[in-house]
Design a protein around this ligand. Structure first.
Ligand code: UGA
Length: 426
């Protein structure tokens, strides 16, 4: 396993839990040292335990030496970052660098698997960089959600394998023999595109839900009833229709942009895709507009206005801030001059440096000091049970904008606060 990010580490530890012998390589020696002691830096339920069990069973090893990790491998997984690069395209520098590092040390006849989300054609590119006709390159995209990665690995909806060489495809499929999941065997281009299509579709559902929330507000309808009503139709499905402050995280934004760039370069017009991305941006602007107006601003400025933010991570259950919609909203508020204080239950011990944007505090009541409004941005369940009366006593205003429809409006009313949800009237 090359790369021990949340995909590589989860895949490595879970494959070991299925009985395979796994060696995970990472370029960061400190991380390797911590992982050898089962110290997992990311907040991911069940992952530390799975790593520890696999280490105890002698089925999992960690090394800083990429070449050494592959010399005895039958299958090599590339689980490397593919961040948003120039012009929105996926940046393949890490994948290409590793291909160069392993090409001369791969055992004869082994299989290299691309698990990283990579543009269509990357399998061929890796094969060309390896220059090893005896080594098959297979695409096997992952569909893990952060915060549920171990569960998603062990209970997959499907396993997608794209290969030109059917024997190589079978060898990769055999690794998952202990799991009960439909197998989609296809060609490499279809497997690579499946991953982008899945994340695009999910993002499209969310942009739809966020726009529909605005329509609900205008017509006096309730978004949760409408989405339940449509979601009961199995052709639509009820999952992934909760409105929020826009969608984010390390995958959906990067993958939608990468697909859009790839389509542009191929001369394919896909207006739904650009609309999905643009809707996310305009939705966030509209939410900020709403907070601005509620704070009594007539000229759009929030200069000198204090606002308390609850939740900064891109969703609950993770400490990940990458492409967080909460930070995007914070930036828009800051651009208008607001003074922001923030509380996030996952950022109490290890506090990232966000000092140019927000004053991050570890006390949810103190966060509300002098605030004209509170804005809920991440759906942390514990936010429901904050001492809202104490928060109300500290605030200068009384508005709570709940962009996750998380809080109980009656409870807030009893604390003297006015709840504003999204896609519904209180
Ligand atoms: C996403 C996909 O869900 C996974 O299937 C995929 O494997 C992964 O990307 C990836 O490509 O690696 P993840 O980034 O962990 O997983 O996050 P999601 O749970 O999909 O959430 C994405 C964003 O949508 C978050 O900001 C979340 O708050 C938001 N969201 C999600 C909503 O606003 N409403 C919902 O109903 C669901």
């Amino acid at each position: 396993m090359i790369g021990t990010g949340y995909v590589g580490l989860t895949t490595g530890a879970c494959l070991a839990s299925l009985g395979h012998r796994v060696v995970c390589a990472d370029a960061d020696p400190n991380k390797v040292e911590r992982l050898r002691q089962a110290r997992v830096d990311i907040l991911e339920p069940d992952l530390p335990g799975t790593v520890r069990d696999a280490l105890d069973a002698d089925l999992l090893e960690f090394t800083g030496d990429t070449a050494a990790a592959v010399t005895e491998a039958e299958v090599v997984f590339l689980c490397l970052p593919t961040p948003m690069g120039a012009g929105g395209a996926a940046d393949l520098a890490a994948v290409e660098a590793v291909a160069g590092q392993i090409r001369d040390v791969l055992p004869t006849g082994c299989v290299v698997v691309n698990k990283s989300t990579v543009p269509v054609g990357t399998g061929e590119r890796v094969a060309a960089l390896l220059g090893r006709p005896d080594v098959a390159v297979v695409s096997n995209p992952e569909f893990l959600r952060e915060g549920r990665a171990v569960h998603d690995f062990l209970h997959p909806d499907r396993i997608v394998i794209g290969a030109a060489d059917q024997d190589a495809a079978r060898r990769v499929a055999d690794l998952y023999a202990g799991l009960d999941a439909p197998l989609v065997l296809t060609d490499p281009a279809s497997a690579e595109l499946t991953k982008y299509a899945a994340n695009f579709f999910l993002a499209m559902k969310l942009s739809f839900a966020n726009n529909l929330a605005t329509v609900c507000e205008r017509f006096g309808a309730d978004i949760s009833d409408v989405t339940e009503g449509i979601g009961r139709d199995p052709r639509i499905g009820s999952a992934f229709l909760r409105p929020g402050p826009g969608w984010g995280g390390s995958c959906l934004p990067k993958d939608t942009h990468a697909l859009l760039t790839a389509c542009d370069q191929a001369g394919v017009d896909f207006p739904l895709l650009s609309a999905t991305i643009e809707t996310n941006v305009t939705h966030q602007r509209q939410l900020v507009e709403r907070v601005t107006a509620a704070c009594g601003s007539t000229d759009g400025s929030l200069r000198g206005v204090r606002i308390a933010l609850y939740g900064l991570t891109f969703k609950a259950g993770t400490s990940d801030l990458r492409d967080s919609p909460a930070l995007a909203v914070a930036r828009l508020l800051r651009e208008r001059g607001a003074e922001l204080t923030a509380y996030d239950p996952a950022l109490r011990e290890e506090r990232p440096d966000l000092s140019d944007l927000v004053d991050l505090v570890d006390d949810p009541v103190r966060a509300a000091d002098g605030a004209a409004a509170c804005v809920v941005l991440t759906e942390w369940p514990e936010l429901r049970d904050l001492d809202w009366a104490a928060i109300a006593a500290r605030m200068a205003g009384h508005e709570v904008h709940d962009f996750r429809n998380l809080l109980d409006a009656d409870r807030l009313a009893r604390a003297g606060l006015s709840w504003q949800g999204i896609g519904r009237t209180a």
